[in-house]
Design a binder for this molecule. Structure first.
Ligand SMILES: Cc1cc2nc3c(=O)[nH]c(=O)nc-3n(C[C@H](O)[C@H](O)[C@H](O)COP(=O)(O)O)c2cc1C
Length: 172
């Protein structure tokens, strides 16, 4: 069967969708046939030879619907090459890089269900206007005032591109 890759994602405010689309674009440019889809629209993994799945981080974890997706499709995922990514704000903190090992463990529950051939962690976006809950807007607003992190788009497109390019050989 020729290679067909699913890049699927869970997002709350759109940043992770942008990362998934960038991953899909690089992989297509490198010759793969790629579908990029939200997890909520994926019910069948059988058309795909490999899966790349990613989620925004909230409360130091993948979104619950993303973990549910892995649980639902665990049987199919363990039989295909699988890579994972996450998008979070911890890595956008000043000295955020030193938290990378801590951030990498945000996907422990995923690893316990399926072993990724590769894992990536990316800094995301903080846009207070897009946070739906007033309580969380206030909480994140205070954290910005305290200098924990800055509002804005912290996605590192070169890092995203470079990881995506590295996947071609790992997803065979
Ligand atoms: C309610 C809420 C909780 C969050 N919790 C965390 C967290 O625990 N750790 C972290 O690094 N980032 C956290 N973030 C930051 C998001 O992961 C980041 O903004 C990400 O880019 C959002 O991606 P999305 O736009 O795809 O939803 C949180 C954001 C929100 C709105």
């Amino acid at each position: 069967m020729s290679q067909k890759i699913l890049v699927t994602y869970a997002t709350r405010t759109g940043a992770t969708q942008g990362v998934a689309e960038a991953i899909g674009k690089t992989m297509s440019e490198n010759g793969a046939v790629v579908d990029v889809k939200p997890m909520s629209t994926v019910s069948d993994l059988s058309p795909y030879t490999a899966v790349v799945a990613g989620s925004a981080i909230q409360a130091s974890a993948w979104l619950p619907e993303a973990v549910d997706f892995i649980r639902t499709h665990q049987g199919a995922l363990v039989q295909k090459p699988f890579a994972s990514f996450l998008v979070c704000m911890t890595l956008a903190m000043p000295n955020g890089e030193k938290y990378r090992p801590f951030v990498a463990d945000f996907i422990k529950p995923v690893r316990s269900m399926v072993s990724p051939v590769s894992e990536a962690q990316f800094a995301g976006v903080l846009d207070l206007k897009k946070i739906p809950s007033l309580g969380n807007r206030i909480k994140f607003g205070i954290s910005v005032l305290l200098g924990v992190w800055k509002q804005g788009d912290h996605r590192d497109w070169n890092a995203i591109k470079s990881w995506s390019a590295s996947l071609s050989s790992k997803l065979n």
